[in-house]
Design a protein around this ligand. Sequence first.
Ligand SMILES: [Zn+2]
Ligand SMILES: [Zn+2]
Length: 121
Amino acid sequence: MGTKSCPFCAEDVLEEAIKCKHCGSMLDGSAAQQNEAPVASQPKKGKTPTCQHCDGEMAKKTKAKHSRLLVLFLGVVGIILIVTVVAWFIGLPMVLIAFIMLFGTKKFWKCKNCGAVLERA
Ligand SMILES: [Zn+2]
Ligand SMILES: [Zn+2]
């Protein structure tokens, strides 16, 4: 088996190798395509950004902005306060706040490869 030198790091690799064992570059030509890919930059509106850590594909994700436990706590305590009429004027806004928090979601990008998270507007 012959060897050739890696065009990226100049180390000797096997002729049949498709990936350099020294620097991890693809030797089958796909590296050239990789270089043409746009460099990871600030995400543009409506465009999927690439991961700044591994260049992986990012996926759109949403997450509850507030802890469900906190929302539940506010709601339950608020309802108890209203029902017992002791402090319904405190309980009512608590339930309202819990209700609003329930619909608050945080949008972010998550890398499918390494799990890195990028906030999105
Ligand atoms: Zn190499
Ligand atoms: Zn990544």
